[in-house]
Design a protein around this ligand. Structure first.
Ligand code: NAD
Length: 344
């Protein structure tokens, strides 16, 4: 197998080099994103390995297919950036469903603690020997209500962490898990009662802009919103307005709906043109991290191991039903995954 690896970062290579050499898989690393302009780089490769901000729309899928690519190996869990319907019957798509849900859930809590206790401000102050406490007052998390939207692997761990802090947890999920030990409520109740809301659902047609003008109006004043899932769960304009009128007390954003051209790159010497992001970053009650919630050594190792295993098994013709995506072919409402253990 020859693999074209897009959007390469230095921290990707050690794990991928190790596991690919063990498996006899050849990788060529490209720093550029995969998109319509760069897809020709994939010519002659069997597989492309992509990450969250690579663009794999229908045009790119067709071009990949014409170049001979037969596998897309996502080295992440979310696959909203891949047009899976366009892939159906042409290119197999695999992902890493879980690499460290703890990494993401812990980052969500780290951001929440930082914004609430103003750690980001205190750090800058004490570096300049400013030991004033004015403006640094937070609130006890203990006894407060947290609303968790999406109670899968990451959301349920985040809920457990919150319980450890003595918080009351309300949950919303389109497919509630009766064994999760969580109190499920509808979204209006979660919006109305939560002091903190943390988003852990995937980005789908249902969840696109789940935080919008209408939902902001329903929020408890002062609520802290945490998003470590996907940027487009939040309508950025609605969030900014909610912060300006002080309904939203603070926001912790590891993801941003227009992050694709910015995150993972160094723009410190540039004038960033995205006015909404600049506005958010300028707000004292907003913390932005650049989609780094996954970034632990454990997660990187698991990502490399699972991705290379997916590629090795695909090359050997072995099915990987747990890691191949469902293509949502809607074939008479009958998912073909039940045939040959594959949805293809
Ligand atoms: P998961 O599949 O285990 O859980 C997702 C949950 O969301 C499920 O319980 C599902 O039923 C629920 N859900 C689906 N549709 C919903 C809807 N319309 N409304 C409410 N809930 C809905 O996924 P996970 O591993 O917990 O990951 C969650 C998300 O976190 C991923 O989709 C991905 O976007 C994001 N993520 C971010 C990072 C990062 O570095 N920031 C890393 C990994 C994953």
């Amino acid at each position: 197998m020859k693999v074209a690896f897009f959007d390469t970062k230095p921290y990707d290579k050690p794990g991928f080099d190790r596991y690919s050499q063990e498996a006899g898989i050849e990788i060529k690393y490209f720093e550029t994103h995969l998109n319509e302009d760069t897809v020709s780089l994939a010519a002659g490769f069997d597989c492309v390995c992509v990450f969250v901000n690579d663009v794999v729309n229908a045009a790119v899928v067709d071009a990949l297919y014409n170049e001979g690519v037969r596998m897309i190996a996502l080295r992440c869990a979310g696959f909203n950036n891949v047009d899976t319907r366009a892939c159906f019957g042409k290119i197999h798509v695999f992902r890493v469903p879980a690499y460290s849900p703890y990494a993401v859930a812990e980052h969500a809590m780290a951001m929440l603690l930082s914004i609430n206790r103003r750690i980001h401000k205190a750090y800058n102050r004490t570096r300049e020997f400013n030991f004033s406490l004015s403006g640094l007052t937070g609130f006890d998390l203990h006894g407060k209500t947290v609303g968790v939207i999406g109670t899968g692997k990451i959301g349920s761990i985040f809920a457990d962490i919150c319980k450890g802090f003595g918080m009351r947890v309300l949950a919303y999920d389109k497919f509630p898990n009766p064994n999760a030990g969580l109190t499920y409520v509808d979204l209006p109740q979660l919006f109305a009662e939560s002091d903190v809301i943390s988003l852990h659902c995937p980005l789908t047609e249902d969840t696109y802009h789940i935080i919008n003008d209408q939902s902001v109006e329903q929020l408890k004043p002062g609520v802290i919103i945490v998003n470590t899932s996907r940027g487009a769960l939040i309508d950025t304009e609605s969030l900014i307005n909610g912060i300006k009128v002080k309904i939203v007390g603070a926001a912790c954003l590891d993801v941003y709906e227009e992050e694709g051209d910015l995150f993972y790159e160094d723009f410190s010497g540039h004038i960033v043109q995205d006015d909404k992001l600049v506005r958010l970053i300028a707000m004292p009650n907003v913390i932005v991290t650049s989609h780094q919630a996954f970034l632990t050594t454990e997660a990187l190792d698991n990502i490399a191991h699972t991705t290379i295993t997916n590629i090795r098994k695909f090359a050997a013709g072995e099915p990987s039903p747990d890691t191949e995506v469902c293509y949502h072919c809607d074939h008479q409402n009958h998912c073909k995954k039940q045939r040959h253990q594959k949805c293809f």
